[in-house]
Design a binder for this molecule. Structure first.
Ligand code: AMP
Length: 218
């Protein structure tokens, strides 16, 4: 199954993608994760992307599209994939349509995760990542005791949590504006193609996951 998860920063795309990976046995493709890896490795692409990411702007389409083209060419995407954080504007959506048409693998569904603005800001403020295993947790929803007891699968010690540099208040406000202006027009774009399903993505992670599974094509 070929799925796009559409939603503002903090709407739970990453969390729900991981659940879908286990449920559907298809890979998650997150352009944010691919870009962060390129920045961390200091590749030429990462160097170019870093400034826009730090400022909360979108990275140039040409860079992101090249990354996606390469990633979709890998063999693990044969049974499908979950796109998380891509496409982010109409130009990217059109380019994706063309690419998928060329390889004869059109999208099956686009799921919009709906979360109100106050909740998005709250969730992003509590988001932390383990610097060793990349696990993303939320301090607001994960009880402190369970975090302290959990062991990082890489180090065998407690997770070493940090906040993403673009999760600070000013950059988050900018990223939410970018979502409104550039990404939210995709809702209409995919509704026009008959692919859009919208779900309430507030509340318990497992409940949201149930709503998501319920709107996937059989
Ligand atoms: P995310 O992890 O999806 O929130 O993405 C983090 C940052 O990476 C965004 O604020 C953008 O700067 C950049 N980014 C991620 N995906 C894209 C994309 N599809 N197009 C352009 N920039 C992106």
């Amino acid at each position: 199954m070929r799925i796009v998860l559409l939603g503002a920063p903090g709407s739970g795309k990453g969390t729900q993608s991981q659940r879908l990976v286990e449920q559907q046995h298809i890979p998650q493709i997150s352009t944010g994760d691919l870009l962060r890896a390129a920045v961390a490795q200091g590749t030429p692409l990462g160097v170019q992307a870093k400034e826009a990411m730090t400022a909360g702007r979108l990275v140039e389409d040409s860079i992101v599209l090249e990354m996606i083209r390469e990633r979709l060419g890998e063999p693990d995407t044969g049974r499908g994939f979950i796109l998380d954080g891509f496409p982010r504007n109409i130009a990217q959506a059109r380019a994706l349509d063309t690419l998928l048409e060329q390889i004869g693998q059109p999208l099956d569904v686009v799921v919009q995760l709906k979360v109100d603005y106050a909740e998005l800001s709250r969730r992003i403020a509590g988001r932390r990542t383990c610097s060793d295993c990349d696990r993303v947790v939320n301090l607001l929803t994960t009880p402190r005791e369970s975090l302290e007891q959990e062991r990082c699968p890489v180090t065998g010690k407690p997770h070493r949590l940090f906040q993403r540099p673009d999760d600070n208040e000013a950059t988050v406000a900018q990223r939410l504006r970018v979502y409104e202006q550039q990404t939210s027009p995709l809702i209409e774009y995919y509704a026009g193609q008959g692919l859009l399903r919208s779900i309430d993505a507030q509340g318990d992670v497992a409940e949201v996951s149930g709503r998501l599974t319920a709107v996937l094509p059989r």
